[in-house]
Design a protein around this ligand. Structure first.
Ligand SMILES: C[S@@+](CC[C@H](N)C(=O)[O-])C[C@H]1O[C@@H](n2cnc3c(N)ncnc32)[C@H](O)[C@@H]1O
Ligand code: SF4
Ligand code: SF4
Length: 361
């Protein structure tokens, strides 16, 4: 039986019911775990980890805040990269996400070398990223798929060159379609070595694109169950509005500042995001100009940064009603209380696995 469900990025996906993973079942029993206990785990160590290979992009999407970014573009040096991955590996590692706040990971010419390096470290588990897929033709696809990457999520549009330009800001429709076909055909020939997901940023209702011939060909290659589309778009802290998003889609509902200050945003406790210049942030999705800065990898190791004074101050300030500017109008906010209620078991499992791997180092 198929069910429609919403993914963590808000997009809708059709999935077979039996694919619901063990975390989802265990999370039904989250109420059994004391919230304070989970909070103390979150404060001691980060749960998710991401590394921005670059904040430079080869597109300029109407619905994305990339065009408003003030910080300079940079590609993470291989030296910095190795240092970060080595440190993550030593403390027990886990999954490694190369999705930037904005930018496209394929802009980094050394991406294959970086994935291979990460894969050579025994505590690095799933390696994955989001990309617009525009630069796949710059790489040898067999080498990309054999690099050690586990999952590639492609955000794209189906329709025609003109509409692609309207939403992606570049004339690359034919190239993207051909890249996705080539990638998924090669992956199928390799026995579906890598999980490929397609995340559509398209107009709604879906009748506008569901019979498009490029879409239908790619649906056959990738599998309908691995394709999703976004209905509600986020406002990038007020920089994006209804006029910027694909026709027929909606904007996410905004939580007022009064409601936000009741409980800090979950991102202040969940994830460590290393930026291309070595600065460390917590918000992998919306803090485009790296306002929230909790340290730098050239000054401290990952764990000390997470347990440091800077992040503690952000959390304490939040509880007193002082919140970062970028958070004021952000519609991605979710309270840490709600996050714990929904994810206590997955948090516990992730930390236990990391702790065990560290012991076995
Ligand atoms: C910012 S991009 C970075 C990675 C890569 N450049 C890409 O487009 O996949 C990460 C994801 O955010 C999505 N995104 C961008 N603007 C959005 C918005 N306003 N609301 C929801 N998702 C958005 C993109 O479509 C993409 O799936
Ligand atoms: S959504 Fe991705 S591809 Fe589009 S401009 Fe933003 S970072 Fe670039
Ligand atoms: S409120 Fe928004 S910008 Fe601030 S940390 Fe949360 S998700 Fe990021």
């Amino acid at each position: 039986m198929q069910v429609k469900y919403t993914q963590s990025d808000g997009s809708k996906i059709l999935k077979f019911k039996y694919e619901f993973n063990i975390y989802k079942i265990l999370n039904l029993f989250n109420f059994l775990i004391p919230k304070k206990f989970v909070l103390s785990i979150l404060e001691r160590n980060f749960t998710d980890f991401g590394l921005e290979l670059t904040n430079a992009c080869n597109a300029n999407c109407s619905f994305c805040a990339y065009r408003f970014m003030q910080r300079g573009v940079k590609i993470t040096s291989f030296e910095d990269f190795k240092k970060i991955v080595n440190n993550y590996n030593i403390i027990g590692g886990g999954d490694l996400n190369f999705t930037p706040v904005v930018g496209d990971p394929l802009v980094d010419k050394n991406i294959i070398k970086k994935i291979q390096y990460s894969r050579s470290k025994k505590n690095i588990k799933n390696i994955w990223l989001y990309t617009n897929g525009i630069y796949f033709d710059r790489f040898d696809i067999n080498s990309f798929l054999n690099s050690g990457i586990n999952r590639i999520s492609i955000s794209t549009f189906f329709g025609n060159e003109e509409k692609y330009f309207k939403y992606y800001g570049v004339k690359k429709y034919k190239e993207v379609v051909s890249n996705i076909k080539n990638l998924s055909k090669t992956n199928n020939n390799l026995g579906k070595k890598v999980k490929i997901y397609i995340h559509l940023r398209v107009e709604l209702p879906k009748e506008k694109w569901i019979k498009n011939k490029d879409y239908l060909e790619i649906e056959k290659l990738v599998g309908k169950e691995n394709i999703s589309w976004l209905e509600d778009y986020e406002n990038w802290s007020g920089m994006i509005s209804q006029k910027d998003i694909p026709d027929g889609c909606k904007m996410t509902k905004l939580t007022t500042k009064q409601d936000k200050i009741k409980s800090p945003c979950f991102e202040m406790y969940r994830r460590m995001q290393i930026l291309s210049n070595g600065d460390v942030g917590v918000c992998s999705c919306k803090d485009i100009d790296a306002e929230i800065n909790i340290g730098n990898i050239n000054e401290n190791d990952l764990k000390s940064i997470w347990k440091g004074e800077k992040i503690k101050k952000y959390r304490d300030d939040w509880k007193m009603g002082i919140i970062p500017k970028v958070c004021e109008d952000c519609d991605r906010y979710n309270s840490i209380d709600k996050y714990i209620s929904n994810n206590a078991f997955s948090v516990l499992i992730k930390h236990t696995k990391r702790f065990t791997r560290k012991l076995l180092n």
